[in-house]
Design a protein around this ligand. Sequence first.
Ligand code: CAA
Length: 281
Amino acid sequence: MTKLMIIGAGQMGSGIVQVAAQSGFSVIMQDVKDEFTERGMKTIRTSLERFVKKSTLTQEDVEATLGRIRITTDLAMAAEADVVIEAAIEKMDVKKEIFRKLDQIAPQDALLASNTSSLPITELAAVTRRPEQVMGMHFMNPVPMMKLVEMIRGLQTSDATYQAIETLAKDMGKTPIAVRDFPGFISNRILMPMINEAIYCLYEGVAEPAAIDEIMKLGMSHPMGPLQLADFIGLDTCLYIMEVLYEGFADSKYRPCPLLRKYVEAGYLGKKSGRGFYQYA
Ligand code: CAA
C-alpha cells in the first residue's frame, strides 16, 4: 500500500501530504484550484525548511520529499490511489459529494478515509458502495508536529480496513488511537467545550483574553491558551464543531457561546483572517 491521494490542500490536507511524503509514500495532493495546490506546496516547503533549520532534515531530504508529491485539480487521479484521505472543508454535503465521486473513481479495493473533525463516519460511508472500506482518520493541527491520529470506525468499517489504516498511521510516524463514531469523537468532544467555556468567560467579563490564556498555560501547562488555540484552529471551525455537538447530542450543555457566533458573523475567524480574539499581522 504505497500510493496515497489527499483531497484538500489546506492546512490539514497539506500537513497530511507532508508527513506522508516525508515517510516515503508517493502522494497526490488534489484541490479544486491550482492556486490552492500551489499554496499547499508552499506551506509544505516552509514547514520542511523549519526542520532543516533545526538540522533534523537535510536539504536533500526536502527535495526528495517534495519529489514524492504530485499536485492536481483532477479528482480522476484517485484511480491510481490505494488509499484516499479526504481533508476538504467541514461541510457534510461537500464531503458526501466527494465520497460519492471517489467511490466511482477509486479502485475497488481502495480504502477511503476522512479527516473530519466531528462529522459522522457512518453517514459518510453510507453514500458509497463500500462502507466497510471507509473510516475516519483525524489528524491534529499542525500535522507535522502532533503525534495523534484519532481512528474512527464507522458502524460498518471492517477489521481489515481498520488494521490497514492503523498500519498506515504508524508508517506515517503517528500514534493511532481508536474511538467510536459519536459526535466530536473524543478530541473535539472534550477540547471544544473547553474553548467554548473560555469564550463564555470572556463574554461574561470574568477576565481579558490574555489572562484567560495565561491561566491555562501557567496553571494547566497547556502549550497554548484556549483563545489562542481557537484562533489557531479557526473560529468558524470551532463554531461548526460546537453546533455538531449541540445537534448531535441534543444537549444544551454544548450550546455555542453567542460571542463566538458574533465573531464568526463579523468575519473574525482567527489567525487565517488576521483577527480573532487577537490581531495578527
Ligand atoms: N512545521 C514544522 N515545525 C513546526 C510547525 C510546522 N507546521 N509548527 C511548529 N513547528 C515547530 C517549530 O519549528 C518549533 O520547533 P523547536 O521547538 O524544535 O524549535 C516547535 O514546533 C515549537 O514551535 P514554536 O516555538 O513556533 O511555537 P510553540 O512552542 O507554541 O509550538 C505548537 C507550536 C507545536 C503548535 C504548540 O503551540 C502546540 O502544541 N499547540 C497546541 C496545538 C494543538 O492543541 N493542536 C490541536 C488542535 S485541535 C485539532 O487539530 C483538532 C481539530 O479537529 C480542531
